[in-house]
Every structure is written in structure tokens, then in C-alpha cells.
Design a protein around this ligand. Structure first.
Ligand code: ZN
Ligand code: MN
Length: 258
């Protein structure tokens, strides 16, 4: 079976068909967002990072990477700066759920029985679960009951030991890691030509009251759009993150998919 690429969309249909028809080859679907990431990084960070994790994991496991979801659910002020910011281009929750449901059912129709959603945008989380749940329900009505779907966000594989190396001055928490050390270090390691560290704005981690207000109060978001400073980001930290997350995801998929 001449499988020539980790990306499903780069295969011919007979090669793709041969790879997935018997249900053995897992498909990894990166899912991100078009969202502002401060003054120093492009709008597609949340797509580029899960796509690269999926590619590395696919090479290690024999899986295939599906085309990514390039738009995601609306940016939340406390995790992505807010949906009011320029450049951030989001889907309604119902749109994302419907699109994901359709794609999951299509892969199942091709014969795929092992699927993994590789998430790069926190706000997608519950909508991914809803899309999968609706797809599995409709597939059951068609008599397909053996599709297994793994859902993960790459940052959840960063263990305590790595956190200590990445944040020697204290970990601010994933919620305010928008455009901060995590994403900037990964981008420096993978796509340095897309990072302008000299334009990064240094500021204390954003703090918010324990409630939300709608319409949002723009003054709650740091003017840069980032929720913590990217100044301590580095290629070395990016390499640590690539290593721990890729290994963690590979282990998880071996445990779930065999
Ligand atoms: Zn992001
Ligand atoms: Mn995001």
C-alpha cells in the first residue's frame, strides 16, 4: 500500500481508500481557530500547532492527518482575549458542531474506526464533544457502533516536570497562556519566520474577576491581546514542549487504539 504522505489530503483516493477502508489506520483531525495572538504572532497559531503535533504523531504511529478545522468557536475573554478583537474570526457553536459532525460521519463512511481530535483552541472543547456525540448517535442509527474517538488538547500533556523547566518563576496557568510562553516557544521552534519577538509586549499575567459580563468589557483584556507575557519564550522551551506533548499523545493513542 503506497502511503506517501502523513496528510490524507495529499494521497490519491485509491491510496487513501486502501489505508482506511479496513478501519485500522487512525485519522487525526487538528482543530484550531483564526484568532489574534498579540503583536508578535500570526492569526493561525491555534491551527499551525495542533497540525504539527498531528503530523509528528502520525509519523510515529502510522496514522493519517486530516485537513484541519481552521475556524473555531468564539474567543473567550479569559482564555483568548475575547471575540471582539481584530482578526479573531469565529464560528457560532452550532456551526462548528454541525461541521464536525458531518466530517466525523464522512470518515466513518470511508471505513475509519479510530479518530482523534487534536485541539489547539481551548474554546472549542465542549463543541468538539457535542459534534462527536451527535455523529456517534447518528452512526448508531446506521448500525455503525465501533467508531472510537479520542479527544485531546496538546497542552494537557505538559507534565509537572516540564512545567518547572518552562516556568522557573512560577506557572501562571493554562487559562492565561494565550500568546504567552507556551505558544510562542512552540512557534519559535517550528515557524520562527512567523514570530516577531521584538514586537512582543511584556506585561503581568491578566487577572479577571470571578464572573463574566456580556457585552464584554474590552478594558479587561490587556491591550496587546496576549494574556501573559511571551518574553520568556525560547526555541529550547519549544523543543521541550514538542517532545513531551508528542510523546504523551503517541502513548495515549497506543493505549486507546492499540
Ligand atoms: Zn492560541
Ligand atoms: Mn485560542
Amino acid at each position: 500500500m503506497p502511503k506517501t504522505s502523513a496528510f490524507a489530503s495529499e494521497l490519491t483516493w485509491p491510496d487513501y481508500d486502501a489505508a482506511v477502508r479496513n478501519g485500522q489506520t487512525p485519522i487525526l483531525i487538528p482543530i484550531g481557530a483564526m484568532e489574534q495572538h498579540g503583536h508578535h504572532m500570526p492569526l493561525h497559531v491555534d491551527v499551525l500547532l495542533p497540525t504539527e503535533f498531528a503530523r509528528r504523531v502520525a509519523l510515529a504511529t502510522g496514522a493519517l492527518v486530516a485537513p484541519p478545522f481552521t475556524y473555531g468557536y468564539k474567543s473567550h475573554q479569559k482564555s483568548g482575549g475575547g471575540n471582539h478583537l481584530p482578526g479573531t474570526t469565529s464560528l457560532d457553536g452550532a456551526t462548528l458542531v454541525a461541521a464536525l459532525k458531518d466530517v466525523v460521519k464522512e470518515f466513518a463512511r470511508h471505513g475509519v474506526r479510530k479518530l482523534c481530535l487534536v485541539n489547539g483552541h481551548y474554546e472549542n472543547s465542549w463543541f468538539i464533544i457535542e459534534g462527536i456525540d451527535l455523529a456517534l448517535r447518528e452512526l448508531r442509527w446506521d448500525g455503525i457502533t465501533d467508531l472510537k474517538v479520542v479527544v485531546l488538547s496538546y497542552w494537557d500533556f505538559v507534565h509537572e516536570e516540564a512545567i518547572a523547566k518552562l516556568y522557573p518563576d512560577g506557572f501562571p496557568g493554562w487559562a492565561v497562556e494565550h500568546g504567552g510562553v507556551l505558544e510562542t516557544s512552540l512557534m519559535l521552534a517550528l515557524h520562527p519566520h512567523l514570530v516577531q519577538l521584538d514586537r512582543a509586549v511584556d506585561h503581568a499575567p491578566a487577572t479577571f474577576p470571578p464572573y463574566d459580563v456580556y457585552p464584554v468589557k474590552p478594558e479587561w483584556t490587556p491591550p496587546s491581546g496576549t494574556l501573559s507575557s511571551p518574553k520568556q519564550a525560547s526555541v529550547e522551551k519549544g523543543e521541550i514542549l514538542l517532545d513531551v506533548c508528542t510523546r504523551g499523545i503517541v502513548e495515549a493513542l497506543r493505549a486507546e487504539f492499540g
